[in-house]
Design a protein around this ligand. Sequence first.
Ligand code: SF4
Length: 289
Amino acid sequence: MKIVISDGCNNNCSFCVVPYTRGKERYKSLYNIIIESYKTNIVCFLGQNVSSYYFNNSFIPKNIFFKDLIKIFNYKFFNIIMIEFITSNVKDFNKKTIIDIFSCEKISSLVHLPLQSGSNKILKKMNRKYNLIDYINCIKNIKIISKRFLFSTDIIINFFEKKKDFLKTIYILKSFLFDRIFFFNISFMKNTSIFHKRYIKKKNTKLKFLFIKRILEINIIINSINLLGKKIKCFLKKNIKKNIYIFYGLNKRKILIYSKKRILKNHIYYSRIINFYKAILCGNVYKNN
Ligand code: SF4
């Protein structure tokens, strides 16, 4: 279940209209989030910038930050089997916060961290408030906690980039084997600080899209190979035929499973991956260890 926990954004990225259309960040109360999540097993916390979530009121002895929200859902609600969040900003993730969030065993193994560009020069022009080293350190610190994590990201192309800036982006996309990449062409929207540059020509858009698509296809295959023989936490998505099931891994990959055992809804299973076809994994299934 998708639960909007915040609205608006305080960040002012130079290409984005959200600060103008939605205004400053506002956060939903912990009480309302808990009420909304009642009866659900999978929560996805949504907001333009969930990582800066903050809540306090006089009934709660301490401030609730995003990491606290995750920990509450991870440790206090036994019905919850998976926690996701979209979208966050690496500038909000210091080492301690990363440890707190990604040590939670229910957190999705596919972590969405928008990169936007692999070039520091472009990140600065975008006013993203992090640089490449911050981003890389964030991924490395998450990986230190567990090897189970895969990553997805957002990329904007043609943001006044030169060939070398685009190639830097490609290098990062390849190096960290992003399992999902959402890529967009820059659009010059009214009210943004780059609107007056809207007549600048966008170069080689189709080629750049194709390039990123190919990188993604290769990344998916490498990640699938790396998952062979590994044990993945998963839960039932649907029963497609007698004894044939689609499970959903905590890494958000579909897992095709043949099993004569009785499969229960809303229960955590484990699957040992034995084969794959592109992004679809095949495995067996068993409960607990
Ligand atoms: S891109 Fe995201 S972080 Fe940047 S201003 Fe827009 S909503 Fe905020």
